[in-house]
Design a protein around this ligand. Structure first.
Ligand code: SF4
Length: 445
């Protein structure tokens, strides 16, 4: 039996959790598992298909692995996750070098499927019913440094934003139980190495509505913050602005362990575009929410995501967005060019923005945000901040790299830290000696 399995995890943090669970269950079934494609028998690629550029990256990675297979450096190639879920049987003919396709609700079957892999190729396990959700009993083979982890608290989405195919890839919204998330975080915290738990889902603010009849993220946060030897930072990612409650805002303010950082994708600000996106929020709602957050949670850092070039976006809509971003000054911002997704309501909308014009708007927006980020970073000069160290220096005499509670892993900037006896995975008080566009520079006190 082919024993050694290597995995390439593409896409978002939610996909990374799936990758860790896939490798954990394969290890439990007796396979030797590792990250990447070096000296393995079986290469598993956990793909992303959210938007065009992500699909291209997935296909490029598959073709590259196909080349390794042709050269005999890997024996079997397995493609799983969102790409097979999106394209189903079409992929079998388009990618003959692939031996097995596994859908987003078929991960638990992967061990058994690998054991049965024969010479034929094109084996297919992609279910139409999307109901899978891992739990605290699912083994995880950690791919990230042990001091931080993503914890998926829900799967799927039922918000149906007009440009998004997530519900087609992951199914409708479904939550884990509070007990399951707490037990998983407790086991990740064993040995005291876990310093930061990042809560992920498609819409974390809706957590529990489907199983408890009400949104219970505040209760979950309370439980996670009272775990003995639990994480010192609990971060909420992927919230939805339409689903904030006073209870949630209070728990964030009152719990030191809950990061004063919120990932709040607004996608746009003009009512014309918010309506076309089916974002369930108006400009007034968003302005009021952001004021509420800033007024009620001192020192809150806000991250947002924006889509530029959405069908029907007029010059006036775009100017309105720029003015809003200038007035609001988000601490962190990710912008995306609208990507037309087949079969979505947005793909049937009139008023497509020419690529060049959309690119110009994107560049103008990112120039504005760079100046905002630079200015906001200057507030920290001479200040003392708490930093969690993620990485050693790349070269002798170089700086360590870490993050403040206002920096999400793998997404935001961070802090270049110098000093003696610094260890990865530990917190340090750092004095900021310089500021850059997206990062800070400092020395351990
Ligand atoms: S909230 Fe909207 S954009 Fe996000 S996953 Fe759900 S449908 Fe897609």
């Amino acid at each position: 039996m082919l024993k050694k399995v290597g995995l390439v995890s593409l896409g978002c943090a939610r996909n990374l959790v799936d990758s860790e669970v896939i490798l954990g269950s394969l290890k439990r079934e007796g396979f030797a598992v590792s990250n990447g494609t070096k000296s393995v028998d079986i290469c598993v690629i956990n793909t992303c298909a959210f938007i065009g550029p992500a699909r291209e990256e997935s296909v490029d990675t598959i073709l590259e692995a196909g080349r390794l297979k042709k050269e005999g450096r890997i024996k079997k190639l397995v493609v799983c996750g969102c790409l097979p879920q999106a394209y189903k049987k079409d992929l079998v003919t388009q990618l003959p070098e692939v031996d097995l396709f596994v859908g987003t609700s078929d991960f638990p079957k992967i061990g058994g499927l690998l054991k049965k892999l024969s010479g034929a190729g094109g084996a297919y396990a992609v279910s139409e019913t999307l109901d899978y959700l891992y739990d605290e009993k699912s083994p995880r083979f950690r791919l990230l440094p042990k001091h931080y982890a993503y914890v998926k608290i829900s799967e799927g989405c039922s918000n149906f934003c007009s440009y998004c195919i997530i519900s087609r890839l992951r199914g409708s919204f479904r939550s884990r139980t509070i007990r399951s998330v707490v037990e998983e975080t407790r086991s990740l915290s064993r040995g005291g190495r876990l310093k930061e738990a990042n809560l992920v889902g498609q819409d974390t603010t809706l957590f529990g509505l489907d199983i408890y009849g009400k949104m219970v993220l505040p209760e979950l946060l309370g439980r996670l913050c009272s775990l003995d030897n639990g994480p010192q930072w609990v971060r909420i990612l992927y919230t939805h602005p339409a689903h904030y409650t006073d209870a949630l805002i209070d728990v964030i303010r009152e719990n030191d362990k809950v990061c004063k950082y919120l990932d709040l994708p607004i996608q746009h600000i003009s009512d014309n575009i918010l309506k076309r996106m089916n974002r369930r929020t108006t400009k007034d709602d968003l302005v009021r929410l952001i004021d509420r957050l800033k007024d009620n949670i001192p020192g809150i850092a806000l991250r947002t995501s924006i889509i530029v070039g959405f069908p029907g976006e007029t010059e006036k809509d775009f100017k309105e967005l720029l003015k809003f971003l200038k007035d609001t000054e988000f601490d962190r911002l990710g912008a995306f060019l609208y990507s037309e997704e087949e079969g979505t309501p947005a793909s049937r909308m009139k008023g497509r923005i020419p690529e060049e014009a959309a690119r110009e708007r994107f560049d103008e927006l990112m120039r504005l945000q760079k100046s905002i980020s630079e200015r906001r970073n200057r507030r920290f000069l001479g200040k003392r901040v708490r930093v969690l160290i993620d990485e050693k220096p790349e070269s002798p005499g170089g700086s360590f790299f870490g993050r403040t509670e206002a920096d999400a892993p793998e997404t935001d900037g961070g802090v270049f830290v110098s000093g003696k006896r610094i260890m990865v995975g530990q917190f340090y008080d750092v004095k900021i000696t310089d500021t850059l566009e997206y990062d800070l520079v400092g020395e351990v006190l």
